[in-house]
Design a protein around this ligand. Structure first.
Ligand code: FPP
Length: 246
């Protein structure tokens, strides 16, 4: 039986986050330039988004470009930005057809103007869609996001808009870029690395972690389904005992 047919649709995670890793190694293994791997990685993105839509998943968040990625060779950074512009432009029609709402988190003002504008245009065009919310983490650093949330709250306390006793987990969460979104229940990382790499540190407090050796350009919707099945076999205890949760 295919993985998809084994999934319990009543126990789907609401939100899946993915660290798409291994594009560079995939290309190198084939004797190609790293950017070739990023181009192939876009095909994986398309397939995985399609797979998420088929399951009627509500939130998918992709680590597309970290704040640290700005330190890569200039040519690679420029090529990724260019790839983003063309991909987002091309995908808008598909998002509309599949009822996908595009969203982005991160320090978006760092993006080249062309990329920022293309992204904003796609976000506005798809804003009323009610299916999958596809969030691209771009120029994203979780630590920066947390610092930014702390600053927002501090300035509200300073101005008297908030009292210090109003600060709780819910208020803090609502000041993160992901405010209003449920936390990911499942975090997938490809390429055999077992790291979180400054991704959604607050939000993954209770997420199940799934690591696969597959490099991102080889990852397809069946791999997503396999990860969901693995997640569904786990017992999520949230600090309680097995007897309590059963
Ligand atoms: C990680 O592989 C991948 C990236 C930093 C870029 C990911 C970008 C894409 C797949 C393009 C997506 C575009 C859209 C619009 C969603 P790596 O380069 O770190 O691989 P390595 O670890 O093997 O070097």
């Amino acid at each position: 039986m295919r993985y998809k047919d084994q999934i319990d649709l009543l126990k789907l995670p609401h939100h899946i986050a993915i660290i798409m890793d291994g594009n560079g190694r995939w290309a190198k293994d084939k004797g190609k330039l790293r950017i070739f791997g990023h181009h192939k990685g876009v095909l994986s993105v398309r397939d995985v988004v399609e797979g998420a839509c088929e399951l009627d998943l509500k939130y998918l968040t992709l680590y597309t470009f970290s704040s640290e990625n700005w330190n890569r060779p200039k040519l690679e950074v420029m090529a990724i930005m260019e790839l983003m512009v063309t991909t987002i432009h091309k995908e808008i029609a598909n998002f509309m057809k599949k009822n996908v709402r595009l969203n982005a988190i991160g320090d978006l003002h760092m993006l080249p103007k062309k990329c920022y504008n293309e992204l904003n245009n796609a976000i506005e065009t798809t804003a009323a869609n009610t299916g999958l919310t596809l969030t691209l983490a771009l120029s994203y650093s979780s630590r920066r996001e947390i610092v930014q949330a702390a600053k927002n709250i501090a300035s509200k306390v300073k101005s008297g808009e908030l009292d210090i006793n109003d600060i709780d987990e819910e208020l803090f969460e609502n000041n993160l870029y992901t405010g209003g979104m449920p936390d990911p229940e499942l975090l997938i990382r490809t390429s055999g690395e077992h790291r979180i790499s400054n991704y959604l540190l607050w939000q993954i407090a209770y997420a199940e972690l799934y690591f696969t050796a597959k490099l991102w350009p080889d990852f397809r919707k069946e791999d997503l389904y396999e990860a969901i099945l693995d997640y569904q076999k786990r017992e999520r205890r949230f600090g309680m005992t097995s007897e309590q949760v059963n």
